[in-house]
Ligand binder design. Structure first.
Ligand code: FDA
Length: 307
């Protein structure tokens, strides 16, 4: 991992910077490239715009590691309000959330109650809820949580990271049950004892896991989503899918709002299922720092806004 990337990931976890940086107007302006706005209405409007192009969307209210359970309740209420809005407007929009937003870092039981409230409302619409995967300290708890909840809700899925050595075993575990997996490379700062450090190894493992998922798509009742902006990996996944005779509409790619936008429209045009994850909210600092770390060249964009 490059020094710059390490510094940005270190900064993403620093409470002092989290307090100060979001107040800087030029950083806020630069962050707008990846976020349509801070309000639910901004995310819903962006989702409507994508719908006109046959692009699916999922929305996520930014925030993680909340400090008390009242905050977790507020987040839950917010997601229920978002789902009400989605239902009212007849939209086909999914939800993505982090379990530490619902209190997993404070009380598993409360997080379960909060999650059930959201998943039940989503099932009623019906729409889908994706559980993000956070730093490794939460991996066991998140996967166990998902396995338990999946017994009650078929409209939920989990994200897994190809940079972790453990993910191949998590796959073996999760592919036994009807499941939904969103495969990503991984965005946190993890030590080499548990995670691949070089892009080459992370990419190789991504392809290995992606092929495993592709082989399951036709045989089992699973939803597989390949969440990456990496054009080489996308090409290789498309080729493997072709060999396995998986039709384009069954091949799902997911990307983040504001990244590789042309590719998003192109893939949707070519007949692939394309879903954009739209983030919104005031707590964008840590999330934005991880986006900068993925591509340190993005820093130039921040500096451009300064001048
Ligand atoms: P890679 O980083 O190799 O980038 C490939 C190319 O994409 C780059 O060369 C560049 O052109 C472009 N690109 C990538 N990131 C960019 C950026 N920030 N700015 C500009 N260009 C960029 N992670 C996690 O740990 N837990 C999670 O729950 C999720 N959830 C999630 C959902 C969805 C829908 C997506 C798309 C991603 C996530 N992630 C995530 C983030 C993921 O782990 C990863 O950090 C990013 O997707 C970047 O990795 P790529 O696969 O795009 O490859």
């Amino acid at each position: 991992m490059g020094l710059f990337r390490s510094l940005l990931l270190f900064g993403s976890e620093n409470p002092w910077l989290n307090q100060k940086v979001p107040k800087l107007g030029f950083v806020k302006k630069a962050a707008r490239r990846f976020i349509p706005g801070e309000n639910l209405s901004d995310a819903i409007q962006a989702a409507k715009n994508f719908r006109n192009y046959g692009i699916f969307t999922s929305i996520t209210h930014l925030g993680e590691n909340i400090l008390n359970l009242e905050e977790a309740k507020k987040v839950t209420d917010h997601y229920v309000e978002a789902l009400n809005q989605i239902e009212l407007e007849g939209l086909n929009v999914e939800i993505s959330l982090k379990l530490t937003q619902l209190g997993l870092n404070l009380s598993v039981e409360q997080a379960q109650n909060n999650f059930k409230t959201i998943a039940q409302k989503a099932a009623h619409i019906p729409t889908f809820v994706w559980i993000d995967i956070e730093g490794n300290e939460f991996a066991d708890r998140t996967i166990e949580f998902y396995k338990q909840q999946r017994k009650d809700f078929s409209n939920i899925g989990i994200c897994l990271q190809s940079y972790l050595y453990r993910t191949k075993d998590d796959f073996s575990d999760l592919l036994f049950i009807p499941t939904a997996i969103r495969l990503v490379k991984g965005a946190y700062k993890e030590p080499e004892q548990i995670a691949y450090k070089s892009k080459k190894n992370v990419d190789q493992n991504y392809l290995f896991l992606a092929i495993r998922l592709l082989k399951e798509i036709e045989q089992k009742n699973i939803r597989a989503a390949f969440a990456t902006h990496d054009p080489d990996l996308i090409k290789q996944i498309q080729n493997e899918a072709k060999k396995l005779k998986i039709s384009r509409d069954k091949l799902e790619f997911q990307m983040l709002y504001g990244i590789k936008t042309e590719d998003q429209y192109r893939l949707a045009n070519e007949g692939y299922k394309m879903l954009i994850l739209i983030s919104y909210g005031k707590a964008w600092y840590s999330w934005y720092m991880r986006r900068l770390a993925e591509r340190p060249a993005n820093i130039w964009f921040v500096l451009k806004n300064l001048f």
